[in-house]
Ligand binder design. Structure first.
Ligand code: ATP
Ligand code: MG
Length: 445
């Protein structure tokens, strides 16, 4: 385990409070990450100074008071924000999420006791060293996510902690300690009281981890409380020579093989969710899933609407699910047209990543498909270096150019479309002169 580096900014926070006799510790995620030799994305502090006393101490600095009711003052030091929070305990929880009130306290140990997991409940300052009342350092060494104090009580207070446990397990590759894990399962219904925005954050952070596939699979009954549609995939046998796994296992193995990009991972997670509802069996006993891609699109759209997923993410994922089964051809002309269909080259790249993952999830893997994907990747690389046009906005001419050569009204749009077709068919280069020449020539013919 590592020494914690005290940067000059951190020293300013400590000195400002210590010089007038207050205690101050770094706490939470930053201490955990420092101990794991990771660079924390933010550094948080906790102090026995009350919010008013903090304000007085930092009156020479720029401060933001957004969290002041809960005891948090954000201080800008060299343009970096640092959150400093008064030691506090949470009042009673009535909605499985937010305490009714908070109470400021004078002992760091009480503040650490309100935190979710032992590994997140370690405090540090250079004069005292580590304050680790719940053996978080040992749990970090052993790779364990464990609730601070009694899991049932702690997860009951705030059910979001259930998904936080799963997420930290995915991010760190740690096991959830048995009593904590049992409580996560037992209390999972409480997740219905948690806002969809918080749930989406945890789901998205989980699935892009190298270990995310395992956390989805092992805890599918918990994810199923918030996305019941996922449960239909569990144990749904495919009766198909391309698959030895049921739909959920196939999905999770595919997720394991997926590039850790959010759009790709979301597409993989939901690409086959329509399979159970599209299943038919022929007289030979082979399973078929005709039209499952579109069914998956419909189900995923409903889920995303319910979870208030942003439109851009939704659009990309639904498009990729729709085409996840497309039999791609490794020719330039085909890939150009595919760009047009999907919107741009980036989407084509993502579709290849989805198909690679899908193939990884099938058993046995089709090696000839990997050869095809490699060929397509080469084509994509080539296309990236050319000034190609895949949508009207990429065309090197626009409506004004059409007006300049004397076109009017509907002719303008029709000609632009015509030119795009020609570019996609490789009949003309995407530069202004070639395009205008092409139009003029075609007009004369
Ligand atoms: P990261 O920011 O890397 O996701 P973190 O541990 O910093 O991880 P935050 O959500 O930023 O997580 O919270 C900071 C600290 O506040 C946590 O380390 C933990 O001590 C405490 N905390 C956060 N959320 C909760 C919660 N729901 N219940 C109890 N304590 C919490
Ligand atoms: Mg944090």
């Amino acid at each position: 385990m590592n020494e914690i580096e005290i940067t000059s900014d951190i020293k300013i926070v400590f000195d400002t409070l210590n010089n007038v006799g207050y205690e101050c510790f770094m706490v939470g995620g930053c201490v955990r990450d420092f101990l794991l030799n990771k660079i924390p994305h933010d550094v948080d502090f906790t102090t026995n100074a009350t919010p008013d006393e903090m304000k007085e101490c930092f009156k020479e600095f720029n401060v933001i008071e957004t969290g002041i009711k809960h005891g948090t003052l954000t201080v800008l030091i060299n343009h970096t924000p640092y959150e400093i929070t008064t030691y506090r305990i949470d009042g009673e929880y009535l909605d499985n999420r937010r305490p009714e009130s908070v109470k400021f306290v004078k002992d760091i140990k009480d503040d650490l006791a309100r935190r979710d997991f032992t590994i997140n409940a370690i405090a540090y300052n250079p004069s005292v060293g580590f304050v680790d009342c719940f053996n978080g350092i040992q749990d970090l060494k052993d790779g364990i996510i464990r609730c601070v104090n009694e899991p049932i009580k702690r997860l009951n207070e705030d059910a979001l902690r259930i998904l936080r446990a799963l997420r930290f397990s995915a991010v760190l590759g740690y096991k959830i300690e048995p009593a904590t894990e049992k409580a996560c399962f037992e209390l999972s219904q409480l997740l219905k009281n948690i806002s969809v925005e918080r749930i989406v954050v945890e789901l998205f952070k989980t699935i892009i981890q190298p270990n995310g596939h395992k956390i989805i699979f092992d805890y599918i009954d918990i994810w199923g409380v918030v996305i019941p549609e996922l449960l239909k995939m569990k144990g749904f046998e495919q009766h198909n020579p391309h698959h030895v796994h049921d739909v959920l296992k196939h999905t999770c193995v595919a997720l394991e093989g997926a590039t850790k990009d959010l759009i790709v991972c979301l597409t993989v997670l939901f690409h086959d969710i329509g399979k159970p509802e599209s299943f038919t069996m022929d007289e030979k006993g082979n399973g078929h899933f005709y039209g499952h891609a579109l069914k998956s699109v419909d189900i995923t759209r409903d889920i995303f609407d319910r979870l208030k997923v942003d439109n851009n993410t939704k659009h990309q994922v639904l498009t990729l699910i729709k085409y996840h089964d497309l039999d791609l051809q490794p020719t330039e002309k085909y890939i150009r047209r595919l760009c047009y269909k999907l919107g741009d080259l980036e989407m084509v790249k993502k579709l290849i990543l989805v198909q690679r993952a899908d193939n990884y999830g099938q058993a046995p893997i089709h090696s000839e498909r990997i050869d095809k994907f490699n060929e397509i990747d080469k084509i994509i690389e080539k296309l990236e270096h050319e000034n190609l046009s895949f949508s009207l906005k990429d065309l090197s001419v626009d409506g004004n150019d059409m007006i300049e050569i004397g076109l009017e009204g509907k002719e303008i749009g029709a000609s632009l479309k015509h030119l795009l077709e020609a570019v996609l068919n490789d009949e003309v280069k995407n530069d202004k002169n070639s395009l205008i020449d092409y139009l003029n020539k075609n007009k004369q013919e």
